[in-house]
Structures are given as structure tokens and as C-alpha cells.
Design a protein. Structure first.
Length: 320
């Protein structure tokens, strides 16, 4: 499954918005995007919707409430099924099912309050409220195969992103696997992996130092911020393709940066991010190949193959 998120700053179809249409079209043509989530989307951006729905055969996900405009979702119905389970001022919660594998995951898309209107303590409290919604939905679905993606308006190192009651996200995948939950003050909190740490700063793996640039006048300024992120539960890590995680900056015929390598405001004040959850069918086939390659004399060894939970249930067995 291939995902793209972009805070498009409420661009409408005008001299500023027209280039945005071209870029979206080129991204879709260059990459096999299955789901697009747009923050600060405007209902009256008719041409933008035409670009996605009519020209590329995407379906726009109908919201539970037309008054809530946090994140709009468009998806390819040939590849995935998407049901909206929750749509409120906190988040858009989706149940996303691969048509190829039949496996379902939980996807949350968010656009959290800006630092213009919330201080760090208030953002932390908001993160705690958000996670209560996530955990309740996971319990309802009896599944923790969850990712959260969007404009968090916090960087990976901020309190709301790392505290146990908040998003509880960890920068290291191996540590996240080792500690899928932590006990703090006698209460257990599940963790997330946050791969965006690897893209922070000019020496990171990304082409830019963040997804948002702001030159302020406070005594402490970071200039580049990684507000746009994706975080994943440990149960999805075997299918997350780190090499495909991108802060999108350019393609063959577009460049979202200006001549100073800052974000070009004609498109948006944020850069889009894209990520991939690898084909689960391939994972199943790889396991079968392992079993086939084990000789009959070592049949006992076949029972020791360790499968991620998501594959155990997808092939109808809890243990090999």
C-alpha cells in the first residue's frame, strides 16, 4: 500500500493553486499511490477534486459529518477498500483493507492544533486526548495494526510525541520491537515507531531538513520542523519500507523548493510525505519458500520459523 499526505494550506484553484494540481498529477503518475490524504482541503476546490477523482479514478471518502474538515481522503478502489469509522475534531479513523490480501489495518490521519494557538503543554494534552481515541478504536477493532499520519504540528522530539500518555513514539525500530509497551506508574502504554527521526536535519536521509520551514524572531528557533509525520505500531514494522519513506521535494518536472532550497510558498507551506507498507502477499510467499527449503530431516526446524503476528493470522494459523 502506498500513501501520500500533504497539508495543502487550503489552496483553491487560482494562480497559486493551479501549480498544485500539476504537482499532484505528476506525483500520482510517477508513484503508484493508493491513498491520498489532504489537510486544509477546501470543498470548493472543484478542479483539485476533478484531478483526483475523474482523471485518476480515485474515490473521495465521504465524511461522517460535513462540518468537520480536518483531513480529506481519496483512494484507489481497485487496490484498497476504505471505511471511515470515526471523523471528529481530533482525527479521521479509517479501516483500510488490501483487496489483494484481505488484510485490514487501522489508519489515522490527523491535523493537530497549530503552535499559533497552542503552547507546548496544551499540545501535549491534545496528544493525550488523541491517543485515548486511538486506543479505544484499537480495542473496538481488536487490532493494534495501526499507523497515524498527518500534520502533528509537533516535531518528533517534542513532549506530546514521546511521552507515554501521548503518542509514545520511539526513534529506533529495534527498540520499539523490544518494547511494544512500557509500564509507567503501574500502567502499561503501547509504543509507536517514529521513522521521521531519520529525516531530521541536513545530514538526515532526506533531501531537506524537515517538512516545514519557518524563520521566526524568538530567541530559540529551529527554522526547519518535521511537523508532518507517520508513526507505526510494532505490529506493522515488518511491512514498513524504510527506504520508501520520503519528504517529497521534486520530481522529473516539478520542484517544491525555491532557489534557496526553502519551501516554495506557491504550492504550500508544507511538503508532502509518502510511505509504503510492503505487499503482504510477498511476505507470505517468502515464509513458504523458507519452509520448502528446509529438508525433511530438519522438519522440526520448520516449526521454529518466527512469523510476525499479522502474517500468522493472514494464513489462518496462530503458530506454525
Amino acid at each position: 500500500m502506498n500513501f501520500l499526505f500533504w497539508n495543502i494550506k487550503g489552496r483553491t484553484v487560482n494562480t497559486a493553486g493551479a501549480p498544485l494540481l500539476d504537482v499532484l498529477q505528476q506525483i500520482i503518475e510517477a508513484e503508484p499511490i493508493d491513498l491520498i490524504a489532504l489537510a486544509e482541503y477546501r470543498e470548493y476546490s472543484d478542479l483539485l477534486e476533478t484531478t483526483l477523482v475523474k482523471n485518476n479514478k480515485f474515490v473521495r471518502l465521504k465524511k461522517l459529518s460535513s462540518k468537520i474538515e480536518k483531513v480529506d481522503v481519496f483512494f484507489d478502489p481497485q487496490k484498497i477498500e476504505v471505511d471511515i469509522a470515526q471523523n471528529n475534531e481530533l482525527s479521521t479513523a479509517l479501516r483500510i483493507k488490501s483487496k489483494e490480501t484481505g488484510i485490514s489495518i487501522n489508519g489515522f490521519f490527523c491535523h493537530l492544533p497549530s503552535k499559533l494557538f497552542r503552547n507546548a503543554d496544551e499540545q501535549r494534552e491534545y496528544a493525550i486526548d488523541y491517543m485515548e481515541e486511538v486506543v479505544a478504536y484499537e480495542e473496538q477493532m481488536s487490532s493494534d495494526k495501526t499507523f497515524i499520519c498527518g500534520d502533528f504540528n509537533m516535531s518528533p522530539y517534542e513532549e506530546g510525541m514521546v511521552c507515554s500518555k501521548g503518542f509514545h513514539s520511539i526513534m529506533d525500530a529495534n527498540v520499539t520491537k523490544e518494547y511494544p509497551s512500557r509500564t509507567v506508574n503501574n500502567k502499561s502504554y503501547s509504543t509507536f515507531y517514529n521513522p521521521m527521526w531519520g529525516l531530521v536535519g541536513d545530514l538526515g536521509k532526506g533531501e531537506v531538513a524537515g517538512s516545514y520551514y519557518y524563520k521566526g524572531s524568538k530567541s530559540s528557533e529551529y527554522f526547519w520542523y518535521m511537523f508532518d509525520q507517520v508513526i507505526l505500531r510494532p505490529s506493522l514494522l515488518d511491512y514498513f519500507d524504510n527506504s520508501k519513506l520520503r519528504v517529497v521535494t521534486q520530481g522529473e518536472s516539478y520542484n517544491l523548493l525555491d532557489d534557496k532550497s526553502k519551501i516554495n510558498p506557491i504550492y504550500s507551506d508544507h511538503l508532502p510525505i509518502s510511505f509504503v507498507l510492503k505487499d503482504l502477499v510477498k511476505g507470505i510467499q517468502d515464509v513458504q519458500e523458507q519452509k520448502d527449503n528446509i529438508s525433511a530431516e530438519n522438519e522440526d526446524q520448520a516449526t521454529e520459523i518466527v512469523l510476525p503476528d499479522i502474517l500468522k493470522y493472514s494464513i489462518g494459523m496462530e503458530y506454525l
